[in-house]
Write a protein that binds this ligand. Sequence first.
Ligand code: TEU
Ligand code: CA
Length: 564
Amino acid sequence: MPKKKWWKESVVYQIYPRSFKDSNGDGTGDLKGIISKLDYLHYLGVNVLWLCPVYHSPNVDNGYDISDYRGIMDEMGTMADWEELRDGLHSRDMKLVMDLVVNHTSDQHRWFQESRSSKDSPYRSYYIWRPGKDGKEPNNWSSEFGGSAWEFDALTGEYYLHVFSKNQPDLNWENKTVRYEIYDMMRWWLDKGVDGFRMDVINMIAKHPDLPDAPSVDSSPYQWGGQFFINGPRLRYYLREMYVKVLSKYDIMTVGETRWVDADMARIFVDEYRHELNMLFHFELLELDYGPSGKWEKKAWELSDFKRILSDWQKKLADSGWNSLFLSNHDHPRMVSRFGNDSTYRVESAKMLATLLHTLQGTPYIYQGEEIGMTNVRFPCIEHYRDIETLNMYEEGLKNSKDLKELTEVICEKGRDNARTPMQWNDSSQAGFTEGTPWISVNPNYQEINVEQAQQDQNSILHYYRKLIDLRRRYPLFVYGDYRLILHKHTRIYSYLRHWEEETLLVILNFFEESAVFTLPERVTFKNGRLLIANYSDINEKIVAEDLNELSLRPYEARVYLLD
Ligand code: TEU
Ligand code: CA
């Protein structure tokens, strides 16, 4: 039986600060903008806010390239603004989780400036420097954002490693001084009142000490070296040390962003007795539509995979550990466009997916705008795009004379900017996000899809989220109940039971736009059932078993019953 914890009972709201709310008309969201929306977040009912990076940064990767961990970047505001945000949250009984990006820094960080200045600098081994091999890079690893993972620095005639852009050099975790600097910085923020960390690519910090070549899978000179820098042999040791030196001293929550981790591995990371991390973000679901060559290759996702993956994680983390529940974030397309239907059934399918996320065992994460069903964007041309990953891929594509139409199509469908268009507050110019020119264009559908409209419409996605969040607060069953999949083989319906003390929850989700027939399995018996929430408003509150013998579900229909 899961142990009770505040962060298990929470609903987290993720803010991508550049795109949330601009307070001073410069076109970029900022801390004062977030402060002005705290009442909105409170009204929504979430109780933890995860803030993507707001530290000093040249913004090559929108804050994921940090040049000073202990200050707030000018565009976002000041430390006084940050303190006001913290206090504003705490006075509303809400918590603040900060992004911790310690796999790499910006190349503008003082450590890196010192490090590159000379081979004898005491900061040299803060980063990973190697001489070239036969006039080429030290190994064949590719960068996540295209090209080689190594950059030659003429000043000292060596290469440094950067798994992400060349402006994001990787820190050398083997160096104890680096680790202790990071622990110090973490304690500094925790002492300022931070309630937890979301740890960026935390399972990439331990590189294989020999930095071996990656096996070639295609003719490109650079190959993905993940197996030599993800889940490396020293990772456990570093996490354990971080726990002892930092995390163990505070009542906080931690969630690690960990690609390439399955539920068996996750059990070890989040085991409550091992004290590494509380939760993980895994990508087994979000990578279902990746092709063999990665995210830019399209592949259809299948409901059977959803059931298999979610059931696996639900079961394996049931006794010790905890799940994080999410289908979107700032790196992925909008959930309703990707797994639902963002045209005819936008409202129904957004509510159906929300029902899934809020009725599984784990802590739900809402990515800004998800609660009003914000969709992917289709910009008319590449000039509108801002994301370094997208722009690098586009440039490389052009160089390799890929078909322009195909390139733009895949960017529309898969690019990270889909999630980064400004939050749609109302139907006034720029969706009420800014009085100036936004750093990235607003999605033209803001006149129909915006917070103000959703607040007025009692059947909106927003009100549905408020109701789901409220149910979780009232019923421990939603949070702690165990999970049992039913109708395993059904090709359209995802259905499961949750059980806690004397109560049972029955969740029925039609994942498609075709109607589907639900039949209650014989082994599930109950006297009476009461509808707790549904995404169509015209159904009977009470049911008996016979009603579930042949229940016809409409497109994307979702129902949640409490059974006695
Ligand atoms: O993302 C990690 C990561 O693995 C990404 O490369 C991800 O695969 C990609 O965005 C999918 O398109 C984290 C942050 O969330 C991301 O915003 C940063 O760019 C990245 O780390 C580097 O810090
Ligand atoms: Ca601003």
